[in-house]
Ligand binder design. Sequence first.
Ligand code: PLP
Length: 430
Amino acid sequence: MKQMDAETRRMYEACGISSKVLDLGEEVLSELASRFARIDEIAEYNQLKVLAAMRKNRVSETHFAATTGYGYNDDGRDTLEKVYADTFHTEDALVRSQITCGTHALNLALSSNLRPGDELLSPVGKPYDTLEEVIGIRESLGSLKEYGVTYRQVDLLPDGGFDYENIAKAIHEKTKLVTIQRSKGYASRPTLSVEQIGELIAFVKKCKPDIICMVDNCYGEFVQRKEPSDLGADMIVGSLIKNPGGGLAPAGGYICGRKDCVEQAARRLTSPGLGREVGASLGTNPAFYQGFFLAPTVTAGAEKGAIFAASLYERLGFSVHPAAATPRYDIIQAINLDTPERLKAFCLGIQSAAPVDSYVTPEPWAMPGYDDEVIMAAGAFVQGSSIELSADGPLRPPYTVFFQGGITWYHAKYGILMSLQKLVDAGFKL
Ligand SMILES: *Cc1c(COP(=O)(O)O)cnc(C)c1O
């Protein structure tokens, strides 16, 4: 790999990165060229996939117009949903700003497709934190449990594999829907590859062909060439302030999948009888289209950031998950920083490298639903957007920071270097 030119080096130094940190970063990066090239190949493929869907559906300037009120005949909104469906190879899609976040999208997909007396099964262990209240694993007003939907869970085997024997036993006549979380989220289990998810779905369908298989696709979109919908998922569900929004979508969520499943969700989102016909786009269409267009590239940048962070911190002796050299199926990187001081310093680095609120010092705070204080760094254009460079972690051993995002690779790189710089400033010896 060629040397960084002197002008850029001076710029990094002017931006607060010492030559020692920079040199280490460049050394680590020099070994990542072939990994990055593979990520670029996937982004190239996925860019064509998105473009093919946009060209097929004849996206035009008229689709960027805003509707108000009921939002009848919002051609831009309806065409965007066709673009999502064609990209993810599904019969139908619901892509709306009225779906407020990922949790809402998942709740919508579940609550609309389940009826009292049905059972929901997670064959991949405990789902994402916020789903506990949706399902009623933690008692909550309005949970599926309150509506008479029961829940069953089969944990992953100690090696991360599927416990097929117990999954088969857990499926019975009332099992209506299976939820599979692709990304590890903030858990310690490995993230599932699309191929693994495909195998699991095939097994579940063999046990009971009419089970609806839903995949929580958060943080996984465009990381591989295929999506779970290519390998049998009846619904894939996610947030537009993660990968598919490309950093530009100001809010929103999606459900792509089988026509009947998406129809159920549309009727639950608005109303029986109205379904997808209403829901004014209020001016969000341009950002949704442009964000989706950029999403393969943005996701690739975030993934490079995750690999760079893993490689840099692993080199310094920290325990990182996933390990630097392992294949990667989402954009989240966990690093055990071992002390609260380092966790705070890391977050300070990410924050001070941000385009927004760079002057702010993140402080730990007591967050609803968490036992320990949590510290977060988020200098984002869109509130809470985690496709933008962000980091957070609970103040408890082993002081793990969860790091993700970066709308551009260069920003991710600078943020990671800055995180290390702040560790060094706080007394960490290189
Ligand atoms: C982010 C995330 C969610 C929830 O999304 P929000 O937008 O935060 O509500 C659900 N599942 C996984 C795996 C996630 O990463």
